[in-house]
Design a protein around this ligand. Structure first.
Ligand SMILES: Cc1cc2nc3c(=O)[nH]c(=O)nc-3n(C[C@H](O)[C@H](O)[C@H](O)COP(=O)(O)OP(=O)(O)OC[C@H]3O[C@@H](n4cnc5c(N)ncnc54)[C@H](O)[C@@H]3O)c2cc1C
Length: 416
C-alpha cells in the first residue's frame, strides 16, 4: 500500500468535525476535512446557539413517554412523532422508552454534565485564544414560565441539578417582569442558569474553519464522501472528487452517520430529530438573556446581528420539508411571552436534523472492529455546547494522550 496522502481525514464539516480538526491540528496532526456541501451547512447552521451546561438532563425522563403519546396527535406540539412504519425508529423508541426511569436519567445526566462543563470552559478559552468572532456572550440563560405548576416542578428539579454542579437563580413572576422588560405581564416565574452562554452558530462554524485553515488544515467543500474502506495501515475513502487516503478517519456526519457507516458493518442508533428556526433582524425590545419559553418549548436567542426563535422536535425521518404549522408554532409561542415576539424582517426560515441517540449521549471513540476509524456523532440537542470538549477528547484519543475526563460513557461499543 502507498504512503497515505493525508494524516487524518475528517468526514463532515459541521461544528463537531471542525472542532475535532482544530484540536487535532493543535496536537500536531495533519488534517483534511471532507464536506459534501459548504462547511456548517447541516444542523450546525441555524440552531439556537445556546451553550448550556444547564441542559445536562436527557430527553428520556420519567413521564416523557406518556407526554409524547399525548403530543402524537397534536401537529404543532414541541415533540412530535409522525406515525409511520420505520423499524429502526421503532427500535430506537423502545430503547428510549426503556430509559425513561430515574436510574438511566441520572446516568445520562452525569455523563452529559461532564462533557458540557468541560466544553463550556474550553469554548471560552478557544474564543479568546483563537479570537473567534462569533458573538459569544457569557451571561446565562433563563427558563421562563407562564404555568405556575410547571414552574414549581422545575424549581424542584433545580435542587437535583445542584448535585451535578449546575447553579440556578429563581425569580417569582413579578420580580422577573421587573428584571426583564422584554416579557409580557403574567409570567409565573423564571429560573436563571448563570453558567450558560450563547453564540451565533453559523459564525462559530465559519470561525472554526478559518482557524483550521490558518493552522494548515485542508478543507474540501463540495466533496461528498461515498464510501470508506478500512486498510491494515489506514483508510481509503471514495469521494465524488476521487480517492483520499488517510492514516485515520473521523466520521463526524451528525444525522447522516447511520447510513454512512452501514458499509463498515456498524449499527449506530441515531435518528434525525428535526427542529426549526426563524431568524429575524433585531426587534427594538429584546430579552437580555437567551430564553427558553418553557410552556411552549421555544428557544429565543439574541445577538447584535439578529434574533432567532427555534425549537420543536419532530421524528419524521430525513424529511426535508419546511412545515409551516411548526414554524408558526414558534411565533405563536413567542407571542405569549414577549412584547416584541418577532423582528421587523424574517431573514431565514430553516430546519435541521439533530443527531439523536436514545441515551442522549454522543458516540465518541474508535469504531468497533476498525483500528483507524473513529466516530464523533450523535450530539442530539447539544452539539454546539459539546463541540469543544468533543474535539479535544477525539484528539486525545487518536493521539493516545490522557483525556481530561473519563471517555467510557461515550464509547461507541455500548451500542454493539
Ligand atoms: C432547531 C435546532 C436548535 C438547536 N439548538 C442548539 C443549541 O442551542 N445549542 C446546542 O448546543 N445545540 C443545538 N442544536 C443541536 C446542534 O445543532 C447539533 O447537535 C450540531 O449542530 C451537530 O453537529 P454535527 O457537526 O454533528 O452535525 P452537522 O452540523 O449536521 O454536520 C454534519 C455535516 O456532514 C455533512 N455531510 C453529510 N453527508 C456527507 C457525506 N456523505 N460526505 C461529506 N459530508 C457529508 C453535512 O453536509 C454536514 O455539514 C440545535 C439543533 C436544532 C435543529
Amino acid at each position: 500500500m502507498n504512503f497515505p496522502h493525508d494524516d487524518v481525514l475528517v468526514i463532515g464539516g459541521g461544528a463537531i468535525g471542525l472542532a475535532t480538526a482544530l484540536a487535532l491540528l493543535e496536537a500536531g496532526r495533519g488534517v483534511r476535512v471532507l464536506e459534501s456541501a459548504a462547511v456548517g451547512g447541516g444542523a450546525s447552521h441555524g440552531n439556537c446557539g445556546t451553550i448550556t451546561p444547564s441542559h445536562a438532563p436527557p430527553l428520556a425522563a420519567p413521564g416523557v413517554v406518556a407526554q409524547a403519546l399525548r403530543w402524537m396527535f397534536t401537529p404543532d406540539a414541541p415533540l412530535y412523532l409522525k406515525p409511520r412504519f420505520d423499524p429502526a425508529l421503532w427500535r430506537w423508541l423502545l430503547h428510549f422508552a426503556a430509559r425513561c426511569n430515574l436510574r438511566s436519567w441520572r446516568q445520562s445526566t452525569q455523563a452529559r454534565s461532564v462533557l458540557l462543563e468541560d466544553s463550556r470552559a474550553r469554548l471560552a478559552e478557544w474564543v479568546q485564544r483563537h479570537a473567534l468572532d462569533c458573538e459569544f456572550v457569557e451571561e446565562g440563560l433563563d427558563y421562563v414560565f407562564r404555568d405556575a405548576r410547571r414552574f414549581r416542578h422545575y424549581v424542584d428539579e433545580c435542587a437535583a441539578l445542584r448535585e451535578f454542579g449546575i447553579d440556578s437563580q429563581v425569580f417569582d413572576g413579578s420580580a422577573y417582569e421587573r428584571e426583564e422588560p422584554a416579557v409580557l405581564p403574567g409570567m409565573a416565574g423564571a429560573i436563571r442558569f448563570p453558567g450558560d452562554a450563547r453564540l451565533r452558530p453559523d459564525r462559530y462554524v465559519a470561525e472554526l474553519a478559518r482557524v483550521v485553515r490558518g493552522k494548515g488544515g485542508r478543507i474540501e467543500e463540495q466533496c461528498r464522501v461515498e464510501g470508506i474502506r478500512s486498510l491494515p495501515d489506514g483508510v481509503l475513502v471514495e469521494t465524488a472528487n476521487g480517492q483520499r487516503r488517510g492514516r485515520d478517519v473521523v466520521i463526524a456526519l451528525g444525522a447522516w452517520t447511520p447510513a454512512f457507516v452501514r458499509s463498515l458493518d456498524l449499527r449506530v442508533p441515531i435518528q434525525p430529530g428535526k427542529g426549526y428556526s426563524i431568524t429575524y433582524s433585531r426587534p427594538s425590545v429584546v430579552p437580555r438573556h437567551a430564553m427558553v419559553l418553557k410552556d411552549r418549548s421555544v428557544c429565543v436567542t439574541v445577538w447584535d446581528s439578529g434574533f432567532r426563535l427555534g425549537s420543536t422536535m419532530e421524528f419524521s425521518g430525513h424529511d426535508g420539508t419546511l412545515n409551516p404549522t411548526r414554524l408558526a408554532a414558534l411565533e405563536r409561542g413567542a407571542r405569549e411571552y414577549l412584547r416584541e415576539p418577532v423582528g421587523p424582517q424574517a431573514h431565514e426560515r430553516w430546519y435541521g436534523w439533530r443527531p439523536m441517540t436514545w441515551d442522549d449521549l454522543p458516540l465518541l471513540g474508535r469504531a468497533p472492529g476498525h483500528r483507524h476509524v473513529w466516530l464523533a456523532a450523535g450530539h442530539g440537542m447539544l452539539g454546539i455546547s459539546m463541540s469543544a470538549a468533543t474535539g479535544q477528547l477525539m484528539a486525545d484519543l487518536i493521539t493516545d494522550r490522557k483525556p481530561a475526563f473519563d471517555p467510557t460513557p461515550y464509547r461507541p461499543e455500548r451500542f454493539s
